[in-house]
Design a protein around this ligand. Structure first.
Ligand code: SAH
Length: 211
């Protein structure tokens, strides 16, 4: 199978598994996942599985990236915060669906590599920063949507503060790292939130900053 056939197969698998948004499917088709995986895994770039990055981190499974993008209900003018840049792949998919993405990564090397990949692809609307994403990126807030790409037992309050009213936040949530549920939180009003569960997921843990 050549790369186009692999990509088509990935798209039909995503559709079978509940990705119905034409905009999300188009973004998944357009972003070259092979540019974000480690060289040894390029052949597997369009398999629907998570793949290793350096520093014991992983690039998320395409289905999960697509599902998170879909439940965020992104509009072309939205500003989005991502916590956990990893390879920069999910940030680039999100960037395809909105106006600006601000993404924060706590491992310096990963932040540098992701920023370089994004620069090489000539993507202008995805901004990478090294730091503790549980604090968000206050200077660029408010955000219409926030994607937390690592699992925790609670939603960091800074993130809720930086979410606009009407905004959506998606996070793998659970008390045990191996039993996380993908949860969408919608900010209805200053102190009112609506929560919906999108099923069980596997994610690396959301860690506090070490610096
Ligand atoms: N979205 C990524 C995959 C994320 S893996 C991709 O598409 O490749 C989760 C990432 O979250 C890891 O890189 C991990 O280092 C990072 N992370 C964990 N806790 C964090 C925190 N507090 N702040 C920022 N990044 C964090």
């Amino acid at each position: 199978m050549d790369r186009d056939q692999q990509r088509d197969l990935m798209l039909s698998q995503l559709q079978q598994r509940g990705i119905t948004s034409p905009r999300v499917l188009a973004a998944m088709r357009d972003v070259p996942r092979e540019s974000f995986v480690l060289p040894d895994f390029r052949e597997d770039a369009y398999a629907d599985s998570a793949l290793p990055l350096t520093h014991k981190q992983t690039i998320s499974q395409p289905l999960i990236v697509a599902l998170m993008a879909q439940v965020l209900e992104l509009k072309p003018g939205d500003r989005v915060l991502e916590v956990g840049t990893g390879s920069g792949y999910a940030a680039t998919v999100l960037g395809n669906l909105c106006a600006e993405v601000f993404t924060v990564e706590r491992i310096t090397d990963l932040a540098i590599t992701a920023a370089e990949t994004i620069r090489q692809l000539d993507i202008q609307n995805v901004h990478v920063r090294f730091g503790d994403g549980t604090k968000g990126w206050p200077a660029e807030s408010l955000y219409d949507a926030i994607s937390v790409a690592a699992g925790g037992d609670h939603v960091p309050s800074a993130l809720l503060d930086q979410l606009a009213i009407g905004g959506r936040l998606v996070i793998p949530l659970g008390s045990k790292p191996d039993a996380l549920a993908l949860v969408r939180i919608r900010k209805i009003d200053k102190d009112r939130y609506e929560q919906e569960n999108f099923g069980r997921v596997y994610f690396v843990p959301l860690l506090p900053d070490t610096t």
